[in-house]
Design a protein around this ligand. Structure first.
Ligand code: ADP
Length: 564
């Protein structure tokens, strides 16, 4: 007997467990299916039906709102309901559930405030809150025509049903919002892509139709784009060039045909220092071996301030070079032809002024002095032209000879003495180092000294000061540096003009105040000559405060070394 009771109660227990497992399975299945379901009403229907099956209810309905604060709407009801379900009202059970987030399960009583007597339609009711993350989205109402006494398990299952429904709906809502977002973003991306494609087509059309060669490289100098003009100019096909390293595949040559070191190439400076560099001094060598003179502009390509590559644009300037050459040749020819007659005029006028061939009255002397001065200017101009054409035709040859820097400097100062005196300038000359004789090009050293000291004299106001410092720094037995510093407290060079000061024919704006003669060729010649000798020139200047030029020229200490 004892045994039989035990057996039957454990059978009931097992049956109850199986029943719960079945119901949980129903819930799991509904949850699983709802993930694939995009229609929110279908999800609600599925859970309502599952709830009715789990609790053995007769009919049900759901009130739902999309967002907190919106009004509840009847979103689903099982077919055949004969009365109109009421949305949650101030004092009803529905509102209580919505407020407490806890299900109501119990007997239906005749509500005091309701127009309806619900007991006509049902005896028991379950109201399940559909809440997610503290927000209540609705109530699921399951109705029982007959009185139903709810067990503890049924209460737990009801809570699980509420949670599962809420989660399924939250996921559904999340996915639909996501879909909306994805659709919106996809449309945006499509629009952006279309406009990018259009921009790209436009850019490519521009790049391929410009008359200049264009090469784009990445950060390492690998060629990633060329336009058809590169193929035409250099004779290489795109396939030969693309993905090659520009420094290895396309060496840049100097006029003498030597390969320009990588770090001196304009594109290298753009890639490493982010600089825009322009140059007209170099050549590419085409596939046929022909040297092509170029005007090159290289610019860095930056993304968020970081250099990611560079673009080199170049133009074949063969014709311009030929015209330049012809111009330089003409200037050279004319200057050579003018030099002799002008020197002759100088010589004869000088004799006349000195009264070597007869007495002159004061007026005649004055006029002849004017002729002499004007002729002197012409002689200087012709010499400048000759030097410029030598630089540009590459016909200047360095000739070394023993130079006494004291006498070069003194000679220049002697020539300028009348102006120095006239302007009451104080000129101080200092020599340091242990020699004053060395081997260098006499012409270069003289032109450098003449220009720097003449400029200091010209561009310093009366009573100003000029300092000349000359130093020979011995490096070893065979090499030394001649260092020349010429400083003045004159009108200075305006900041905006400083980068152009060594250009041909350039004169700064502020010199107009001084009425000083000049051609704007002096510093161009000086810099070119110094660089031909392997030296450097730089300056520091402040407008109305003064200017200081620093020159370093390699010289040879060999020869007749004398102590200074
Ligand atoms: P210029 O024949 O005009 O003197 P340069 O080539 O010698 O030509 O000099 C170019 C310009 O540089 C001058 O016109 C002047 O504006 C400026 N410059 C050169 N030296 C000085 C200086 N010591 N002080 C002020 N400006 C100077």
């Amino acid at each position: 007997m004892q045994r039989r009771v035990t057996t039957s109660s454990s059978a009931t227990f097992i049956k109850t467990i199986m029943d719960i497992v079945k119901k949980i399975n129903l819930l799991n299945q509904a949850t699983f299916d709802s993930v694939k379901q995009s229609d929110i009403v279908k999800v609600i229907e599925r859970f309502t039906k599952t709830g009715l099956k789990m609790l053995d209810g007769d009919f049900g309905y759901v009130f739902w709102r999309k967002k907190k604060g919106q009004a509840y709407q009847l979103i689903y009801q099982t077919p055949g309901i004969t009365y109109k379900p009421n949305p949650p009202r101030k004092r009803g059970y529905n509102m209580l559930v919505a407020k407490t987030h806890r299900p109501y399960m119990g007997i239906v009583k005749k509500e005091r405030f309701s127009k309806y007597d619900l007991t006509k339609y049902m005896q028991s009711i379950v109201i399940i809150p559909i809440a997610y993350r503290k927000n209540i989205y609705g109530n699921m109402v399951l109705c029982f025509k007959k009185k139903h006494v709810f067990t503890k398990e049924e209460r737990n299952l009801t809570i699980a049903l509420g949670n599962a429904t809420a989660q399924a709906l939250a996921i559904n809502q999340f996915y639909s919002e996501l879909e909306e977002l994805v659709a919106k973003r996809t449309a945006q991306l499509k629009a952006t892509n279309a406009s990018l494609e259009r921009d790209k087509a436009e850019d490519e059309a521009i790049l391929t139709s410009i008359g200049q060669g264009l090469i784009a490289t990445d950060r390492q100098g690998e060629i990633i784009f060329i336009n058809p003009q590169v193929e035409q100019m250099l004779g290489w096909k795109e396939d030969d060039i693309l993905h090659k390293n520009i420094f290895q595949f396309l060496p840049l040559l100097t006029q003498s045909g030597q390969t320009l070191p990588e770090e001196e190439r304009p594109i290298h400076q753009s890639l490493t220092q982010g600089k825009k560099v322009t140059s007209r001094n170099y050549y590419y060598i085409g596939k046929s071996g022909k040297m092509i003179p170029l005007s090159i502009t290289s610019s860095p390509v930056k993304l968020n301030g970081e250099i990611i590559g560079a673009i080199e644009v170049f133009r074949d300037i063969t014709q311009e070079k030929e015209i330049d050459q012809a111009k330089s040749e003409l200037i050279s020819l004319v200057s050579h032809q003018l030099r002799t007659p002008l020197s002759g005029i100088n010589w004869y006028v000088e004799s006349l002024i000195k009264e070597e061939v007869g007495h002159l009255n004061p007026e005649q002397k004055k006029y002849l002095s004017e002729v002499y001065r004007a002729n002197q200017k012409l002689v200087e101009l012709v010499y400048d032209f000759l030097n410029v054409s030598r630089i540009e035709l590459g016909t200047f040859n360095i000739k070394l000879s023993a130079i006494n820097i004291h006498s070069v400097c003194q000679g220049v100062l002697d020539e300028l003495q009348p102006v120095i005196k006239n302007k009451h300038l104080k000129v101080k000359t200092r020599y340091t180092g242990n020699r004053n004789i060395f081997q260098a090009d006499h012409k270069v050293i003289t032109i450098v000294m003449q220009n720097l000291i003449t400029n200091a004299v010209k561009y310093t106001r009366p009573n100003g000061n000029i300092d000349i410092l000359i130093k020979i720094k011995l490096k070893d037995k065979i090499s030394a540096i001649l260092s020349i510093i010429v400083s003045d407290n004159g009108i200075g060079i305006p900041q905006k003009d400083q980068e152009k000061i060594f250009s041909k024919l350039f004169r700064a704006d502020n010199i107009k105040t001084l009425d000083a003669d000049g051609t704007g060729l002096g510093l161009y010649i000086v810099k070119s000559f110094i660089e031909l000798c392997g030296g450097t020139i730089r300056f520091r200047s402040r407008e109305n405060h003064g200017t200081k030029f620093y020159v370093d020229i390699p010289v040879s200490p060999s020869g007749n070394g004398k102590t200074a």
